[in-house]
Design a protein around this ligand. Structure first.
Ligand code: CO
Length: 145
């Protein structure tokens, strides 16, 4: 395991759309382990693109522990809340973003097994923030004030 460098704005890779993960082997497992170490040092969520890999994979440090989401899709999103956000890739900026408060996500685990999971409040915000990264979207695009 290793702590990786976090890519910062305005690096254009952060604006690219990440690709579906199709192989669930050692390379993906290493990446997810390294992302875990990297996130631990600094934040509550991380997407693969933030360490320079355009894979649809992210981690969220939820109330119940770290959850790995590979190829995540939001099935359902309800509620609305404006809250303060920041990002490992955007230094020195915070801002209020409007997010949903309940999300149901379908994703694969590191071995390719599909699962569904609900996230609420802060965890839901974090999941939406990380999934945005997979589509090249940063929270600064959505700041309301
Ligand atoms: Co971020």
């Amino acid at each position: 395991m290793a702590k990786l460098n976090i890519i910062k704005e305005p690096n254009e890779i952060l604006r690219k759309r990440s690709k579906e993960v199709t192989e669930f082997g050692a390379r993906l497992h290493q990446l997810l382990d390294d992302m875990r170490d990297t996130m631990h040092a600094a934040g509550i969520g991380i997407a693969a693109v933030q360490v320079g890999i355009l894979y649809r994979a992210c981690l969220v440090d939820t109330e119940g522990g770290i959850v790995e989401l590979v190829n995540p899709a939001i099935l359902k999103a309800t509620g609305e809340k404006v809250g303060d956000e920041c990002c490992l890739s955007v230094e020195g900026r915070r801002g209020d973003v409007k997010r949903t408060t309940h999300v149901t996500v379908r994703a694969q685990d590191r071995n390719g097994k599909f699962f569904e999971r609900e996230f609420t409040s802060r965890d839901a915000v974090c999941v939406c923030h990380e999934i945005d990264h997979l589509d090249g979207v940063l929270f600064t695009d959505k700041v309301v004030n």
